[in-house]
Design a protein around this ligand. Structure first.
Ligand code: TNX
Length: 501
């Protein structure tokens, strides 16, 4: 049955976030989900994305939406044979009266196509219970692929602990914007959050404290971590675990006397200062410890990356820092992983596979510029642009402001491929928005700082550079509000954005 699309339905093609590469509307054509719609996955790559799609659509539509590997050509079909232009993560989406076809050449491409399809349905699709609305999808042909491979979100679970369910909630929220890496900052001065079986005191002692003084079982068992990794994978997201070292290590040093130069355990720390702790650089015990941690975490992390931190080692001399990294970086390789680290580490790295994550507030960094000349790729997280823990304005209750106040327009108004002197578009692996949690302790807090700036970072990471234009972006961002309201996301209604009712 042909139904004429109403304006709200066709408008959704202009509201997609991140902005796709190309959208051709098919005016006067709509596809409508019905109780008898089926989802067909014709390739193994498409099965998990089809399951994700069904899990999004079933609660709000109340429809069965069975997943089949053969059968009717009508309905929703996830299949291969996408245009090679879509690359390793892109997709094509075709909506006609009788079919919605997602074509992709990888699971990643299917996940991305699913998130686009989701945004073409009414906002009520985000509801957890059955809604009575016409489930119309506007007729269109979309061809899409990302600007950058790395589109990341980071959550600091060390300063404040977040339960697995809270982390999953945030993973689900960021997946909607085609974020494909989730970086977990698992250790810091205030807490050690992942069980390491060969060093059990790390969590027995170091996993029992956080900023503000709360105590308890504030860590993940390895099984819980595996489950988080699997949850992320079921949304097309790779987890990057971080063990920050040689600084930011007080929680480990409070757990084991032998990790301290003077052989004395440090007291637990629940304040917010940075830069005071360091592992013992000239002690073999330190490297036995680091190797045990890397070995255990590598074994339960299917993704290619391990983040070694390396920031703000303010009590470590340059020479000691270099000594430490020259012993630790080969250990990451020994266990088959690629190093990611805060950009300071790269001054000592000889392996151009290692990835510096730039976090400063300058537009010039000699070490990073030299590193890209040696072939390193960079993840861009400039503090004054994408740090989600920076206050929006002076009135923001949560957050810090050492990197500046970051309103929504500030977080949008930069070009990752032409931001750092000597670092060009080709040198940039992507962007990542870190959320440090010194002042953040609930999901509502996370959402208030991440929304809308996380979707802004996702836009910068995915959308073609040519569409970059605040005046066009602001209404597209504002059009997300009805979806966030249905989901109960506690977003910051910035006065810079025309929020839709
Ligand atoms: C700097 S950015 C840090 C973190 C803090 C953050 C607060 C970076 C690599 N280190 O330890 O949590 O600022 O904004």
């Amino acid at each position: 049955m042909t139904e004429t699309a109403d304006a709200a339905t066709t408008n959704r093609l202009q509201e997609l976030l991140p902005h796709p590469v190309g959208v051709e509307p098919r005016p006067d054509v709509t596809f409508t989900l019905t109780p008898s719609t089926t989802i067909r996955a014709t390739t193994p790559d498409a099965v998990a994305p089809a399951e994700l799609l069904a899990s999004i659509l079933r609660p709000s539509t109340g429809f069965a939406l069975p997943i089949e590997d053969s059968g009717s050509d009508d309905g929703i079909v996830l299949t291969d044979g996408a245009d090679p232009e879509t690359g390793r993560e892109g997709y094509q989406l075709d909506v006609t009266e009788s079919r919605v076809v997602i074509r992709a050449n990888s699971a990643a491409g299917h996940f991305n196509g699913v998130q686009t399809l989701r945004q073409l349905l009414p906002p009520e699709v985000e509801a957890g219970t059955a809604q009575q609305v016409p489930w119309q999808i506007p007729g269109a042909s979309v061809l899409d692929h990302p600007r950058y491979h790395h589109r990341g979100a980071m959550l600091d679970v060390a300063r404040h602990f977040f339960t697995p369910d809270q982390v999953k909630r945030y993973i689900d929220q960021v997946a909607a914007f085609k974020i494909n890496h989730f970086h977990l900052h698992l250790t810091d001065d205030q807490g050690w959050r992942l069980e390491i079986k060969s060093w059990p005191e790390l969590t027995n002692t170091g996993g029992g404290t956080e900023i503000g003084g709360r105590t308890g079982r504030l860590f993940y068992t390895q099984d819980e971590y595996r489950d988080l990794v699997a949850h992320a994978a079921s949304r097309g997201i790779t987890v990057i675990p971080e063990f920050d070292m040689p600084g930011h290590t007080n929680a480990a040093q409070a757990s084991y006397a032998e990790l301290n130069e003077d052989g004395e355990k440090r007291p637990a720390y629940s304040g917010i200062e940075v830069g005071f702790s360091s592992l013992a650089i000239h002690d073999d015990t330190t490297y036995r410890f680091v190797e045990d941690v890397i070995r255990e975490i590598a074994a339960i992390t299917p993704g290619p990356y391990l983040h070694i931190g390396g920031d703000e080692a303010l009590t470590t001399s340059d020479e000691d820092y270099a000594t430490f990294m020259s012993r630790v970086l080969p250990l990451v390789e020994k266990y088959g992983k690629t190093t990611v680290g805060w950009h300071e580490f790269v001054k000592t790295s000889e392996n151009p596979e290692a990835i510096p994550q730039f976090w400063a507030t300058t537009t010039k960094d000699d070490n990073v510029a030299a590193a890209v000349k040696r072939g390193h790729k960079v993840i861009m997280s400039p503090g004054n642009r994408v740090y989600l823990d920076m206050k929006y304005d002076e009135d923001t209750e949560l957050g810090l402001k050492w990197a500046g106040l970051v309103e929504v327009k500030d977080s949008y108004g930069w070009n990752p491929g032409a931001y750092l002197e000597g670092v060009t578009e080709e040198d940039v692996l992507g962007v990542e928005a870190p959320l440090w949690t010194e002042t953040v302790s609930t999901s509502a807090d996370v959402e208030h700082l991440a929304f809308p700036r996380l979707p802004v970072t996702a836009e910068l990471g995915w959308a073609p550079a040519a569409v970059h234009d605040w005046d066009k972006f602001a209404p597209r961002l504002g059009a997300q509000a009805p979806r966030w309201r249905v989901q109960g996301i506690n977003f910051y209604a910035s006065p810079q954005v025309p929020w839709k009712d």
